[in-house]
Design a protein around this ligand. Sequence first.
Ligand SMILES: [Zn+2]
Length: 180
Amino acid sequence: MEQAITDQVICRNCKTPHRYDIENCTVCDFPIYGTDKEQSVFIAKQITQKADVKDSFRKMQLSRNLLFGIGAFNICMALFSLIIEKSFGIELFFGIALGGLFIFFSLLTKKNPLFATGGPIVLYLIYIVALTTIDSRYLTDGVIFKIAFFMILGYGFFSTIKANSILKKNPYLVSLIDKK
Ligand SMILES: [Zn+2]
């Protein structure tokens, strides 16, 4: 029985027991017999990566709120004009459809964050280009909103790509992060 205990080494990082002759933990890649420096470099890197992944969740939450807000705003404006003007025109239909589309994307931010942020970026770019070719003044209309829109969704998009590549190389991190 004694032999069985000394044959094992427990990973100090993730507490997985291993055969004593293993170099790196098979679960978290911790250098089990590494020097103090190697082990602290590993831990520091793990903390940074964890922060990057959490940061991408925060940015995606912001994207989610932005998309939902724009969607709700469009629908409210459409309904408001229906009440005021009492006519069911093409603008009303367009406003509700656009609002619904934004809410659809906001609901997808958890399931498919790249599509949920990349989709609206592409659609809005097409929309801006199309309107600008009709009237060049449109390009500078509401420019602060446009910049904020592309920045928030762009950050969400690129931080998700970064987080995905971190989690792909280091699946153990998933267990350290509680998705909220
Ligand atoms: Zn480990």
